[in-house]
Design a protein. Sequence first.
Lengths: 336, 398, 68
Amino acid sequence: MAVLIDDRTRILVQGITGREAATFTKDMMDYGSKVVAGVTPGKQGQTVHGIPVFDTVKEAVEKQKANAAVVSVPPAFAKDAVMEAADCGLSPIACLTERIPKRDVIEMVAYADLKGVKIIGPNSPGVISPAKRSKLGFLGGNNPERAFRPGHIGVISRSGGMCTEVANLVSNAGMGISTAIGMGGDSVVGSTYLDLFPLFEQDPETHAMVLFCEPGGTKEDVLAEWIPGHFTKPVVAFFGGKFVDNMPGMRFGHASVIVRPGSGATRDKTRLFQQAGVKVVEVYSDIPKALKELLREKEKAAGRKIAVPRKKAAPAKRAVKKIGKNRKSKKGGKKQ
Amino acid sequence: MRLYEYEGKILAQKVGIPIPAGKMVDSPEAAREVARDLKGEVVIKAQILLGGRGKAGGVKFARDPEEAERLTREMLAGKIRDRKVEKVLVEKKLEIIEEMYLGITIDEIKKRMILLAGRTGGVEVEAIAQKPGAGFARFHVDPFIGVPGFRAKELAKHLGAADKGLGALSNIVSRLYGLTQKFDASVAEINPLVKTKNGSYLAADCRVEIDDDALFRQKELESFGIFPREERGREPTELERKGAEIDRVDHRGVAGRVVEFEGDTGLIIGGGGASLTVFDAILKYGGKPANYCEIGGNPTVKKVQLLTELILSKPGVKRLAVITNVLSNTRVDLVARGVIKGMLNRGIDPKKFPVVFRVPGAWEDEGFKILNKYGIKYFERAHTMDEAAKYVVEMGKS
Amino acid sequence: MGLFVTVKLNPERCQDGCQACLDVCPVNIFKLEGGKVKVVAENEDECTFCELCLERCKNKSVEIIKNY
């Protein structure tokens, strides 16, 4: 079990012939994920890394039985691509495209709701379930096993880069990841914490959650309101960008990081989280320690063991394939 | 992109929302002429991108064209809320009998646009709206249906419209939503929406934010004199301007988005959540960031080099932190090349200057080889960004 | 010569000026000058070791040297 994706996930890549997609498609395949089809209008009959390309999602689903999608197309075409995947019932649809107009995002999300499918993103790095070697998108790059060891910690991150970073930290501490989700850094995303938390609550493989949060917006606020009475597992959260609290109106990396006076500040969100029983750590390196503490407390209360690592595990095995390593040596005429 | 009031009113007028008679001007003489044409009392409104200008002296009434000229001169010479005023809006003074609120924005939880209609408008509207029983109606818009006529009518009714006013106000409700759709506005607010003595409804103020990500398809705005612009809480500094130039050197990858601070620690960081985290960590361990910046998307060596030179050119920078999250596609070796070239070009010896790398990711083994050769301390992915931040801050102290 | 990477064109081997390297190089390390292909010194450090020039040069006249 995992959340959203597992070894039954058959992946369709929309925009598969693009530069980015060509790379992450290969990475997904090398990892062991089942990429079964690609879609780029006008390019039916081609193949990318041996994966057949179709003009329409409909054909790709009929022929290749895809059941989930990764969307990596230019912003102006993203809404239609996501709606096309939703229309065919693919779920989840991980939308990696950045800078999609909000009006389009609102429409595609409404359409997905209508069709009963889930969108992750936009502006998401994807989703990964390490135990099943299933990933949508580019989380972890070409060696996801280094940062994402299989385990029992669920991760949701508003930042793409920090999703891998946090997982890496958890993995280094001898724990592992059940499913990690890059929620997307935009103000409007298909799935917010509220849409994803119930899945993790249901998932027996997930024993605790880690959140990487940022200032701005109200997504954390409503989660804090929801957790008591609905979510029974330990939650550790970290806020990046506490300094933004002191500079209203400044805009940083993600569009949603704008502090408007009286709302969105991390100190307010931290207080709300604490009231809801979420452990908020001051520095992100403390995440593993906090996780272990909470899991032990829970174990004690339950009077049984819930797989808490006591010792630091051996470092993750290096991936066999290593781009850039000694590539030069096979060619003549070069010094190392 | 937040629009000035006069720009918002241009859009309001385009969709058929009534606005007061008036004109934007940028000189006292022009203000006098507009006041003369408008006849009678006028209001002079400073055009700044901040709220609360009324209390700060940014809205003044003039009885005649001469007074309009004098007040405009004063406003253009001074600052309102620490912003230089470059334009004012001269409008006919309205005879207001009611002030209401009408706004549309995005509800990020419901993932829809939300229409807000309040019986009380004005500067304190945020506080008022929070109170139960404050007479605020909320309506989430289904994007495929829009705002049906009957819903607009209900909201107009809620705002107290009756008789001929009902149709007029319903239209304003529908058209404000239309404005958001036509111009990709993520916020459109009429505050106050006023009813005048003669029973007509007007947008006395208008605040619009255009979705930056939709500007590519909003070329029409340029024909109204509304051009894409960068927004900050203040004017960009010299360093920030140069940072933007560096990012434009090449379209490959990002190396720029510099924000300058008073500090001693130069940062070359990866953008997004990781940058926020590094920034916090430098502060926590006693360093003062001299800048914020973003690198990502595998920038060219040249861009990283120029960015490094720029950051090191800032007086008072006594250490350099090159810290990112675990990267997927940005190449560590290319970043290392750029940073080292930048340092050498500034005549800085990487072996002596306090500099730390924590850039794990693609081609990191090559990157580490380069860093080793130049005697630069680096952390591998097993060490956190916090550790690297702490290390570099302490390095610069000794 | 770049600080990190040096790209050399063997003038004896590169005779026909086929420009294959110039066509494929994503970071513009090669340029045409007086009908001959030359290395753009200021771009050498942009080399990503993609090796497309090595693959395409039928005369094996391109040499890439790492300086670290």
